[in-house]
Write a protein that binds this ligand. Structure first.
Ligand SMILES: [Fe+2]
Length: 152
């Protein structure tokens, strides 16, 4: 898998987790919080991998750089929401609303990444590099998730 497929697959997982989180019975606080923790771990691993391995591809491209800067700001807003959500009890009446706002932000961000940034990045790297970066990306995410898996 190249880096584009790898990122797309992660995006599907992230959106799927958000969907699952929304579908949990609000009375089941423990499951909501467990799903929230799982979502945050993947989200952080994914955004860090993007910033380390994917966004730098666009840094020296006239068309790509403004999109990279915008995407980095979107990550920043997501990280602020994540910090608020991290320790928010699922029993709090703001929990579901904050999750919904996070989902809206992520849906827009993911759409911009896949529709606006991917085509530019695809022009900047060849297939071989895209595949190598895909492996590195996966490794980066796996390494970031490893301590969490060990603790679970
Ligand atoms: Fe992103």
């Amino acid at each position: 898998m190249d880096i584009f497929d790898t990122i797309r697959e992660d995006h599907e997982k992230i959106l799927g987790l958000l969907d699952s989180l929304e579908g949990i019975d609000p009375a089941d606080v423990a499951r909501q919080e467990q799903m929230r923790d799982h979502l945050i771990a993947l989200l952080e691993a994914h955004t860090h991998a993007e910033e380390a391995l994917f966004y730098p591809l666009l840094a020296n491209d006239d068309g790509g750089r403004p999109l990279m800067v915008m995407a980095t700001e979107q990550h920043h807003v997501v990280s602020l929401l994540v910090e608020e959500l991290r320790h928010l009890p699922a029993s709090d009446e703001h929990f579901a609303a904050k999750c919904a706002v996070l989902a809206e932000n992520l849906e827009d961000h993911i759409e911009e990444e896949e529709e606006d940034i991917f085509p530019i990045a695809e022009e900047l790297i060849d297939e071989e590099r895209a595949k190598a970066l895909g492996q590195q990306f996966q490794q980066h995410v796996n390494d970031a998730l490893a301590p969490q898996r060990k603790a679970a």
